[in-house]
Design a protein around this ligand. Structure first.
Ligand SMILES: Nc1nc2c(c(=O)[nH]1)N[C@H]1C(S)=C(S)[C@@H](COP(=O)(O)O)O[C@H]1N2
Ligand SMILES: [Mo]
Length: 198
């Protein structure tokens, strides 16, 4: 018996696992520090910097177009999980309601609990990025970033902020928490952009 914990990679999955990664069993939780407890009622997302300051509530997000997403998830610590199912709001739909200064070239993601991660604006504005609040059909659990997180499928998962509560638009690159601590500034899994050369 293979048992429920043994995961044999399917042939068609092989090409979907980036170099140096292996398939995780289950969906591991990777958090630096404590898990903040934030209710949907209290959750807010504030936009500032080189964008007109604005604060979004849960109901503001629920009024935006809702979509289901299936995306692969790659943690730089070498585990990947394929076909994670989420429900949420596309970044591009959200951004319809944000007035960004054309000088903005970079975005700092801020979170309840103090985690930060930086992303270039062209990586942030990609069509496949989304804010997520359901995971496999259930309310996103607190340890996976509930009530709301960002998901950026084309970069390592440390770029997908859990408990997101702020987006700061910048005219220069600033480094977030892991980036200041030696992680790559961009973090593209297929290029194995794990660590910064500096
Ligand atoms: N706020 C916050 N977001 C975070 C992290 C964190 O510690 N705090 N960890 C990052 C890392 S390194 C990874 S791999 C993913 C893990 O998401 P998961 O715990 O849902 O698997 O969240 C990312 N987003
Ligand atoms: Mo990670």
């Amino acid at each position: 018996m293979l048992g429920k914990f043994f995961q044999k990679p399917e042939q068609d999955q092989a090409g979907r696992v980036p170099p140096g990664q292996h398939l995780a069993k289950g969906f591991p939780v990777l958090t630096y520090g404590q898990t903040p407890e934030v209710s949907r009622e209290d959750w807010q997302l504030r936009v500032w910097g080189l964008a007109k300051e604005k604060t979004f509530s849960w109901s503001d997000f629920m009024a935006m177009p809702q979509h289901a997403f299936t995306a692969d998830f790659h943690c730089v610590t070498t585990w990947s999980k394929l076909d994670v199912q989420w429900v949420g709001v596309k970044v591009t739909d959200f951004m319809q309601q944000v007035e960004v200064d054309p000088k903005a070239v970079h975005v700092m993601q801020h979170c309840y609990g103090g985690y930060t991660t930086n992303i270039a604006i062209e990586d942030f504005l990609r069509e496949e990025n989304f804010f997520a609040y359901l995971l496999f059909g259930e309310a996103l659990p607190a340890d996976h970033g509930g009530p709301m997180r960002l998901v950026v499928p084309h970069l390592y998962a440390w770029k997908s902020a859990k408990w997101i509560n702020g987006l700061e638009f910048l005219d220069h690159t600033e480094l977030g928490f892991w980036e200041r601590n030696g992680y790559h500034h961009r973090g593209e899994p297929w290029a194995e952009e794990r660590y910064s050369s500096r």
